[in-house]
Design a protein around this ligand. Structure first.
Ligand code: SF4
Length: 430
């Protein structure tokens, strides 16, 4: 829990989901699920300051005393109430140390966290997950909003009873009226949903992860949707997202309609443009004697991404990001007028031949040798993401789109992309 976060795109972190070991050590729990998790910062922090355990399913038990597994996840009541004490509006990153949609988190925990968010409409909450299917199921389940507003009632009862130790932002002494009004509903028992101050997002480190998770995000009931492409481990084309299977799983009605229009067996692929407002998808088809593709436009307005975050990896085992991947995202967002936030380069930056002074280190060295001598820990990143540390490992005929990079540390690498800071945020929902 931190009221001042070092994460550039948020103001505070809020971690009410905690874990406790049988020995009483308190920390957090999560489980690695994709390539982006390999060097998880939260796991490192948990090993240093929390339970001391790795983020692995073998370290979690479901309140079963006979289990030899090591920790139990719980909702920390004191931390849960923390945003109620914060008067100044903040952007709050929810569960930065775990994944709110991990299967070690119960719906009851999620409901109570959402109840706090409903009761503090002056804050904006940023929820980021890699378990996009569960997020979609939770947010689209018609039973979810009534459960959340029942949790709101329970909190208000606690407050009214005087023993809660917290205050609610109130007009006419009824915080629920404030919360409902700010969420856009009139008094009278409605259960507004989705909450206006909750932003749902997915992490997507490469095209494969984006293809899997962004269709779920689009199908999630939300007022704001964002993607965090960090650590960026491969190029991503936001105008061509998804596969037939991932789109079918998230939005079966869209695929069914296209299959009806064509002939079911002939649809062989589908990709959605998730950043341009003139929403369209590309359908690929195959018949015994022909294959091809054509663009379609959805008949109804369709959600798109409201915000894109991009960043490289930091830490001792950081993997480099190809500079052109970040440039491409920046350009895609600019063309579609989608806010773009470039968070950091991470440990590596591109070697800049133009601005760095190159000294000939010894008589007779050629330009290439001089560049290498001038770079700090030089290596190469190829367009498909291979990190080549030894010049001799470069293919004989070169890698035309490989870039010389240098390991200078996160601070020196900074967060300028082609000399410019990109720190755009989406506007607040009215
Ligand atoms: S989901 Fe996030 S917190 Fe969990 S292991 Fe992966 S990177 Fe770490």
């Amino acid at each position: 829990m931190s009221d001042r976060s070092k994460i550039e795109w948020t103001d505070a972190t809020w971690n009410p989901i905690r874990a406790i070991t049988r020995e009483g050590k308190i920390g957090w729990h999560c489980e690695k699920i994709s390539a982006a998790c390999a060097n998880c910062y939260a796991e490192a922090m948990n090993q240093r300051l929390g339970t001391g355990l790795e983020y692995h399913s073998k370290h979690f038990f479901y309140d079963d005393k006979r289990s030899d597994k090591k920790s139990l996840v719980f909702l920390d009541e004191k931390t849960l109430l923390q945003p109620l004490h914060w008067k100044r509006p903040r952007r709050i990153f929810v569960c930065s140390m775990t994944d709110l949609f991990g299967d070690w988190v119960t719906d009851e925990m999620r409901d109570r966290i959402h109840a706090i968010m409903a009761l503090t409409p002056h804050h904006d909450y940023q929820i980021l997950t890699k378990r996009s299917a569960r997020m979609r199921q939770y947010a689209t389940n018609p039973a979810t909003p009534p459960r959340i507003w029942a949790a709101v009632d329970a909190l208000i009862d606690l407050w009214n009873s005087g023993g809660a130790g917290f205050r609610l932002r109130a007009i006419d002494n009824d915080p629920k009226i404030v919360a409902l009004a700010d969420q856009g509903a009139s008094w009278g028992g409605e259960t507004p949903w989705p909450l206006k101050n909750v932003w749902f997002g997915v992490t997507a480190e490469n095209q494969q992860a984006a293809d899997k998770r962004i269709p779920d995000l689009l199908a999630t009931s939300a007022t704001m949707r964002f993607v965090s492409i960090e650590p960026m481990l491969g190029p991503i084309d936001l105008e061509r997202i998804g596969t037939l299977d991932t789109i079918r799983s998230a939005m079966p009605e869209i695929v069914a309609r296209e299959e009806d229009d064509l002939c079911q067996n002939s649809v062989s692929g589908m990709q959605i443009d998730v950043i341009n407002s003139a929403h369209q998808a590309t359908i690929y088809y195959q018949t015994p004697d022909h294959m091809g593709g054509f663009a379609i436009r959805f008949p109804r307005p369709f959600p798109r991404l409201d915000w894109v975050i991009c960043g490289g990896e930091s830490g001792p085992h950081a993997r480099p990001m190809h500079p052109d991947w970040a440039r491409s995202l920046r350009d895609q967002c600019a063309a579609a007028s989608v806010p773009f936030f470039f968070k950091q380069w991470g440990e590596f930056r591109e070697f800049d031949h133009e601005t760095r002074e190159i000294t000939l280190v010894e008589a007779g060295s050629d330009f290439a040798e001089s560049v290498l001598a001038a770079a700090c820990n030089p290596s190469w990143i190829t367009a498909d993401g291979r990190h080549i540390r030894n010049q001799d490992d470069l293919p004989e005929h070169g890698e035309p789109r490989a870039r010389l990079i240098e390991r200078v540390g996160k601070k020196s690498a900074g967060r300028l992309l082609d000399g410019r800071e990109h720190s755009e945020f989406p506007g607040r929902q009215a």
